[in-house]
Design a protein around this ligand. Structure first.
Ligand SMILES: *[C@@H]1O[C@H](CO)[C@@H](O)[C@H](O)[C@H]1NC(C)=O
Ligand SMILES: *[C@@H]1O[C@H](CO)[C@@H](O)[C@H](O)[C@H]1NC(C)=O
Length: 449
């Protein structure tokens, strides 16, 4: 009943649209002349000429007695491909999805989507690759989206979820808008997701906290805002979390240390409150901590000393205060330590300045008052930047009045224990799964090997 009513209405719409076209056509004669019928007329004329050159009235010839050639068929739409055109039904489904996705692309300055035609989805389509899925090694399915640098525009990325076997989505530097929709939970095989440098917005996508297989998450340089859901740190395989250069705010969840992250890149947001000491539980995995340019306040957690695998620790440009913990000297592999532009006072612990791998220690723009001999030697080697502090006898310090004003205000003390963290033997030496974050991980294809 429903459809029998729909059809006449639809017909009416088409009919009135056709009338509108004719009316417009009459007023704009040119568009009538551009109709396919004119094209067919020309085709017949040339065919009938029979090689007569420029003759206006060619003499009758036996050739003309032959039945006239059939007119060339009108230009056809590209052939609709069916399941039989694909080696695997899954590729047919992928083909149909990509064709629909293609219609939603709003800009494509590099002409990428021109390659998205025909049945060879796995090899001819720029930005896509295939692999054997883990649940059936003899099947072939679309496993990879690699749009890095394509600058494709679309108002939604939701259609990608129809490519259900995707394991690897890298779409750095495009112009995708909208959110990461809840339907992404359909992508149960997904383990790398990179939407960095796009125009995505909304809160931190809650769906990501349900994607248990996620190992690599890169949402840098988008327009996300709000707070980080604690659930993201319960994803035990998530080794890389890049969320810098968004508008995230509020304090970091206290369960930060539950993850197995090697890289935590939270820079250039608006996080506030104390840096949770729990992230120091990542002592076996954490290689880089980039918390710079937020609004973190309070003391540095003493537990930073547990981060014995960390090479880069940058908390510059925050509102951290208090004394620097002696335990910083336990971060044995530290190569770069940046504490610049905070409100740290007191002395720079000598234990930091004797760290063997340290190449670059920046404490400029604080209110430190004293520097021991080891730190002075580091400065002589050009590895310590201590400008704009309150250190007597050092060049380029703050005006004495600024220092006096700072130290005249009451400062809440940091409650640091008296022992040094690295003198305690660790009880559990269990290693978490290793996470390879090398360029080879980012290669297309062979993603499950
Ligand atoms: C695995 O995939 C192949 C190729 O698509 C298919 O023929 C076969 O039925 C699949 N096996 C199972 C167990 O689904
Ligand atoms: C030390 O690192 C800071 C950034 O953390 C950088 O700006 C500076 O140039 C580096 N200094 C040297 C000597 O490498």
């Amino acid at each position: 009943m429903e459809s029998s009513r729909t059809f006449p209405i639809l017909f009416l719409c088409i009919w009135s649209a056709a009338i509108a076209t004719i009316i417009n056509g009459e007023t704009l004669g040119l568009s009538i002349e551009g109709s396919p019928f004119i094209g067919i007329g020309i085709g017949i004329g040339i065919g009938g000429g029979g090689g007569g050159g420029g003759d206006v009235n060619p003499p009758p010839s036996p050739l003309l007695c032959q039945p006239p050639e059939a007119p060339p068929p009108p230009p056809r739409r590209p052939k609709e491909l069916g399941p039989s055109d694909f080696s695997d039904y899954k590729l047919y489904v992928a083909y149909r999805t990509i064709q629909r996705f293609k219609t939603t692309i709003t800009s494509d300055p590099k002409g990428i989507t021109n390659s998205w035609t025909g049945p060879d989805v796995c090899n001819k389509y720029q930005g896509f690759a295939c692999d054997n899925p883990p649940y059936n090694k003899s099947a072939l399915t679309l496993s990879t989206v690699d749009f890095n640098g394509f600058n494709l525009g679309a108002d939604s990325i939701e259609m990608l979820v129809e490519l259900e076997d995707l394991a690897f989505v890298h779409a750095n530097s495009n112009r995708f808008r909208g959110t990461v929709p809840d339907s992404f939970s359909k992508l149960t095989l997904l383990y790398q997701l990179d939407f960095s440098n796009n125009l995505l917005s909304g809160g931190f996508p809650p769906v990501l906290t349900r994607m248990k297989g996620l190992e690599f998450l890169d949402l840098r340089f988008n327009d996300f805002s709000g707070s980080i859901p604690p659930g993201i740190f319960e994803l035990l395989r998530l080794g890389v979390i890049f969320i810098n250069n968004n508008r995230f705010e509020q304090s970091l969840p206290a369960n930060l240390g539950h993850a197995s992250a090697a890289l935590l890149t939270f820079a250039n947001n608006a996080f506030c409150g104390p840096i949770p000491s729990s992230f120091c539980e990542l002592s076996e995995t954490l290689r880089e901590v980039l918390f710079l340019n937020n609004r973190f306040s309070g003391c540095l957690p003493y537990e930073v000393g547990k981060l014995k695998e960390t090479l880069v620790f940058d908390v510059s440009k925050n509102m951290l205060s208090g004394e620097l913990p002696e335990s910083l000297g336990c971060m044995a592999k530290l190569e770069l330590l940046n504490l610049a532009d905070n409100y740290f006072g007191g002395s720079l612990p000598e234990s930091v300045c004797v760290l063997g791998q340290l190449m670059n220690l920046t404490v400029s723009g604080n209110y430190l008052r004293s520097l021991g001999p080891a730190c002075r030697q580091l400065a002589r080697k050009g590895k310590l930047d201590d400008r704009l502090n309150c250190i007597t006898g050092r060049p380029n310090q703050r005006p004495a009045a600024d220092c006096a004003a700072f130290y005249s205000k009451p400062r809440p003390p940091c409650r640091y224990p008296s022992y040094l963290i690295c003198s305690h033997r660790r009880l559990h030496e269990q290693l978490p799964p290793t996470i390879a974050i090398t360029a080879s991980t980012l290669h297309r294809g062979m993603v499950w090997n």
